[in-house]
Design a protein. Structure first.
Ligand code: ZN
Length: 385
């Protein structure tokens, strides 16, 4: 693909200002030149010249918490048990939705298994080399202690932790996902030393470990056990936030999940989302997650943006919603976009992900408006192709 995008604004999301009057040359899918319009070399005769005036180039976004083979919606938990062919069809739909919404990377943090291998790993492998699908880095299956769900890997004896982690890595997992949460919200299902054992095994193989943790005991076990990232982190206290900053632990807050449950109060008749009691429960959860995010940000924790689509109720093209939620919670719009682009790339240890750089793949999309000041611009996609 040879293209020249003329006269665009660029939102690199490294500060609050757009770069104006920019031209980007793309040769064979890579950015060969980028700079001010009046310094642009003549386009190659074979190049398609696109008048991008009035549009803003945004780095391809990174959804740092996604479940590629699951479809989300108000019955997202039931959908996990769908037959394999339904899950694979959902993945294809999700891939097209995400790509069209400007998402170029999916950090997949858990999928059901078939023959003990997570389905997401097959999808990742099948999409490799496709120019109409996001790149995937996938965790494989969720690993639980004393599993509560049929669809996870249950480690019933702590002496099996190393084997469970090694199995996931042997299956081709790019990262390990621990599920640290039990029915009892006052205790963590993993002890700190058990998390440490999982982290030591994975780290020895060069594979990072992340953890689903919402309540405080689970978040603390994850952080002090040495995971590289906390998923959700609904309840974080000051000490834990300070420790996360010290260790460089990322936080992916997935605020959009609560926001979507809020909409289900008017779009469904499901008890869990309706009535005054549900409303006040949701409001309390939102307050707690915003407070935790404030503590983390003020302590210096790095925030990456993820929707939890599929494993939660959002859909694969909803990362803009999460960016809006991060802004609602107090991040500057450009910082929230940074969380959805290059910070997600850093979390994946993929240096070109979420960045628009000469010499790298032309993984960007174009919107109308300035997403460095107004996250709703991310919904106004003009081109993502
Ligand atoms: Zn999830």
């Amino acid at each position: 693909m040879n293209r020249v995008y003329r006269n665009a604004a660029i939102a690199h999301a490294t500060g609050p200002r757009l770069m104006l009057d920019q031209t980007i040359h793309v040769v064979d899918g890579c950015i060969s030149w980028m700079g001010p319009d009046d310094e642009s070399p003549d386009p190659d005769p074979s190049a398609e010249v696109i008048d991008a005036s009035g549009a803003t180039v945004v780095p391809g976004m990174v959804d740092s918490h996604s479940h590629t083979v699951l479809q989300g919606g108000a019955h997202w938990i039931d959908r996990i048990d769908d037959p394999t062919e339904v899950l694979l069809a959902a993945a294809e739909h999700n891939g097209a939705l995400a790509y069209g919404a400007g998402i170029r990377w999916l950090r997949d943090v858990g999928a059901p298994t078939r023959d003990d291998r997570a389905i997401s790993l097959d999808v990742r492998d099948a999409w490799r080399g496709r120019s109409d699908r996001p790149y995937i880095r996938a965790a494989g299956a969720w690993v639980e202690r004393q599993g509560q769900f049929g669809f996870t890997i249950s480690v019933d004896d702590p002496d099996d932790i190393e084997n469970a982690i090694t199995d996931q890595i042997g299956n081709g997992a790019d990262l390990i996902k621990l599920y640290i949460e039990g029915p009892d919200r006052e205790t963590s299902t993993w002890t700190v030393s058990e998390v440490e054992r999982a982290v030591a095994t994975a780290t020895a193989a060069g594979v990072p470990v992340t953890a689903h943790a919402t309540n405080l005991p689970s978040v603390r076990a994850a952080v002090y056990g040495g995971v590289s990232c906390v998923e959700h982190g609904t309840h974080i206290d000051q000490d834990t936030a300070t420790e996360m900053a010290k260790r460089g632990t990322y936080l992916v807050p997935t605020l959009g999940v609560g926001a979507s449950w809020d909409t289900f109060g008017t779009t469904t008749t499901i008890d869990r989302f309706n009535g005054p009691e549900a409303r006040s429960r949701l409001e309390a959860r939102k307050e707690l997650s915003y407070l935790s995010l404030h503590l983390a940000v003020n302590a210096g924790v790095t925030i990456a943006a993820g929707t939890d689509f599929g494993g939660g109720s959002l859909r694969a093209n909803h990362l803009a919603w999460e960016v809006e939620c991060l802004v609602d919670a107090g991040l500057e719009p450009w910082q929230a976009l940074a969380s959805a682009t290059w910070i997600g790339g850093d979390l994946l240890a993929e240096p070109s992900a979420g960045r628009v750089v000469i010499g790298d793949s032309a993984d960007f999309f174009l919107v109308h408006g300035n997403p460095l000041e107004d996250p709703s611009a991310l919904w106004r996609v003009w081109r993502s192709d």
